[in-house]
Write a protein that binds this ligand. Structure first.
Ligand code: URA
Length: 202
């Protein structure tokens, strides 16, 4: 059931829920222990009517301090790749699977994802994009409901319900695996080409 669904009321349809309403429900969330250690909850940022939603894993140190996703080194890398693919940051929306920083940048735990990911689901329902880009394994496995890793899934479009899904490497991962950068770049180019070939509303 939708987190915003009131018993006895009809299920919200796409875009009936605004991002402000979702933000209000998230509030000062303490549903998991990450709420105790965060500096700021990182809800998400961008165009509420974006055609593309990017999903990361969870906030890092800079994101935790600033309250915005992808503002650190990974964000710089992402901005460059977006520009190369003909996309502007103000055209997209970016959020994470978990909204609070896992201490020391450890992986989010399954129970943290379980309580937090419904917020992401509602953000996506509100924006109702054409495409969801999953940056890394956590986003990919949550969105595509798969155990497979991004290495096997990247390089092509997938579909879940209404949404096309582009699984690709996390920009931060290319810092340790520079050979993945070409694949990430090629996935972004694939996305840019698809958007150009499929103008909004067609
Ligand atoms: N990595 C992520 O997955 N998300 C951020 O917001 C920043 C870095």
């Amino acid at each position: 059931m939708s987190i915003l669904q009131i018993p006895g009321h009809p299920k919200p349809t796409p875009r009936e829920v605004t991002l402000e309403e979702v933000r209000a429900v998230v509030g000062d969330c303490h549903l998991c222990p990450l709420g105790e250690t965060r500096t700021n909850l990182v809800f998400g940022v961008g165009n509420p009517h974006a055609r593309v939603v990017f999903v990361g894993e969870g906030p890092g140190r800079n994101e935790d301090l600033q309250g915005e996703p992808f503002v650190g080194a990974a964000g710089q890398k992402l901005n460059g790749l977006l520009a190369e693919a003909g996309l502007r940051r103000e055209d997209i929306y970016i959020a994470n699977v978990v909204k609070c920083r896992p201490p020391g940048n450890r992986n989010p735990k399954p129970e943290e994802i379980e309580v937090c990911a419904p917020f992401l689901r509602e953000q996506i329902r509100s924006i109702w994009p054409d495409v969801i880009v999953c940056l890394g394994n956590f986003a990919t496995q949550f969105v595509l409901k798969t155990d497979q890793g991004v290495t096997r899934l990247r390089g092509r479009f997938h579909r879940t319900g209404h949404f096309l899904v582009v699984p690709t490497f996390h920009p931060a991962a290319t810092i340790y695996h520079p050979d993945w950068l070409d694949d990430l770049r090629s996935d972004m180019q694939m996305l840019g080409a698809w958007l150009a070939e499929h103008p909004a509303g067609e």
